[in-house]
Design a protein around this ligand. Structure first.
Ligand code: OOG
Ligand code: MG
Length: 257
């Protein structure tokens, strides 16, 4: 693929991905995106999420992805990416989520940041982020076998499908030292450290501000920002209970149905 994708081509790819998510059916990866620029891939993502907004969903924040070695190695993609969160993806802490219509859901432990005021490039983490919480992201690639290239996964809104956020806490002085655990049905399946997220999860905020700005997107007051998983993701079977525990911050949990 050489040069920018035409607008109707972007719209067509967004429709293919949106239909896969709505129908809960995996698609083959998109050869049209071979060699596509990040800008084109993010344009497909924007068109894809625009379709959700046109159905009445509301943006609630952004997510970073592939911010840890663990995730880059698991997915075979080696650059941080960002995606969009909507209210329809929100899972209440202590609540439940239906896996019906999901393709091959996985969960991963994350940190969530609460955005206290509209952010601009160059803004410092401490001036914008007013609280932090443990989080679980529910990802569900629309691609068969959870296999994709960098432009594929960007276009697919970085596999976003659901997210749960625990109680907000004041931001502690040291975030990087915190231990992170993912449990399924009470048993720890992955353990790691928040330092796995770009050396310090605060850097996920800097990267989100910088990368989203390339697409003209800015973090808004009241939004959530997911920093990216600190450990590999784990398949989530129906009936399972999932919990993420972040040292000193507490935990967040939900049940899959
Ligand atoms: C892409 C999304 C990655 C994270 O936290 O690293 C992500 C994927 O793994 O399918 O959300
Ligand atoms: Mg994630």
């Amino acid at each position: 693929m050489n040069g920018a994708l035409a607008p109707d081509h972007i719209a067509r790819l967004a429709t293919v991905l949106d239909d896969a998510a709505i129908g809960g059916t995996a698609i083959e990866r998109l050869p049209d995106l071979d060699g596509a620029s990040p800008a084109d891939a993010y344009a497909v993502q924007a068109a894809l999420v625009e379709r959700r907004l046109a159905r009445g969903e509301r943006l609630t924040g952004l997510k970073m992805g592939l911010t840890s070695e663990a995730k880059m190695t698991q997915m075979g993609v080696d650059a941080p990416i960002w995606g969009r969160l909507t209210d329809a993806m929100h899972i209440p802490d202590g609540g439940s989520v239906s896996l019906a219509g999901r393709i091959h859901p996985r969960v991963e432990p994350e940190l969530a940041f609460r955005i206290g005021r509209d952010a601009s490039p160059g803004d410092a983490f401490a001036d914008v982020v007013d609280a932090v919480a443990p989080a679980v992201e529910l990802i569900d690639s629309r691609y068969a076998g959870f296999r994709f290239t960098l432009p594929d996964v960007i276009a697919d809104n970085t596999s976003a499908s659901g997210y749960a956020v625990g109680a907000w806490r004041p931001v502690p002085g040291d975030l990087a030292g915190l231990a992170v655990t993912l449990e399924i049905d009470g048993a720890a399946v992955h353990t790691g450290s928040a330092a796995a997220i770009l050396g310090d999860p605060r850097r996920a905020f800097d990267e989100a501000v910088r990368l989203a700005d390339h697409s003209g997107v800015r973090l808004r007051a009241g939004w959530v920002l997911l920093a990216g998983a600190a450990t590999p993701a784990e398949p989530l079977p129906a009936g399972a209970g999932v919990r993420a525990v972040v040292e000193t911050l507490g935990s967040v949990s939900f049940k899959a149905q």
